[in-house]
Design a protein around this ligand. Structure first.
Ligand SMILES: *[C@@H]1O[C@H](CO)[C@@H](O)[C@H](O)[C@H]1NC(C)=O
Ligand SMILES: *[C@@H]1O[C@H](CO)[C@@H](O)[C@H](O)[C@H]1NC(C)=O
Length: 126
């Protein structure tokens, strides 16, 4: 008796886990990473500074976040641990996960704002 109800609980949890994972994987797409930017009051080398905010609205962490970066140039150095440019892509947080509801910011300076978009990410539900 006792062991069979234990088994039931176990299977219920197993089912829930599978359902949750399924729901997460299907509801989180690239649009769950939202990018906003604002102009700051600072100037760097005579160019306006912008602050970019990337936030994760997915119920799961997302790692290996890559932004499209083709032609992106900044006169203000960005900490490569936050954003590392590699030709047309920029790797966020060295590929480390951005947790659920977490956000990360970086600043750059250039004549015109750059329109960042998300190229890819790895959704990590567990
Ligand atoms: C970044 O965006 C998130 C969600 O949109 C917001 O809650 C957070 O306050 C923003 N952070 C900054 C520093 O702008
Ligand atoms: C930024 O790029 C996206 C995707 O190419 C586009 O849909 C959007 O209109 C652009 N936004 C601005 C402000 O240029």
């Amino acid at each position: 008796m006792a062991s069979s109800s234990c088994l039931k609980i176990f299977y219920t949890f197993l089912l829930l886990t599978i359902l949750l994972e399924g729901a997460c994987a299907t509801t989180c797409d690239l649009s769950s990473l939202r990018i906003t930017q604002t102009i700051t009051t600072r100037q760097v080398a005579g160019k306006p500074e912008y602050e970019v905010n990337v936030s994760n609205w997915c119920a799961c962490a997302q790692s290996n976040v890559r932004l499209r970066c083709a032609g992106f140039k900044t006169v203000e150095k960005i900490d490569p641990a936050v954003l590392k440019q590699d030709n047309e892509f920029c790797l966020l947080l060295s590929g480390k996960p951005l947790k659920q509801n977490a956000d990360v910011q970086f600043r750059y300076a250039s004549d015109t704002p750059y329109n960042f978009t998300v190229a890819s990410s790895k959704i990590q539900c567990n």
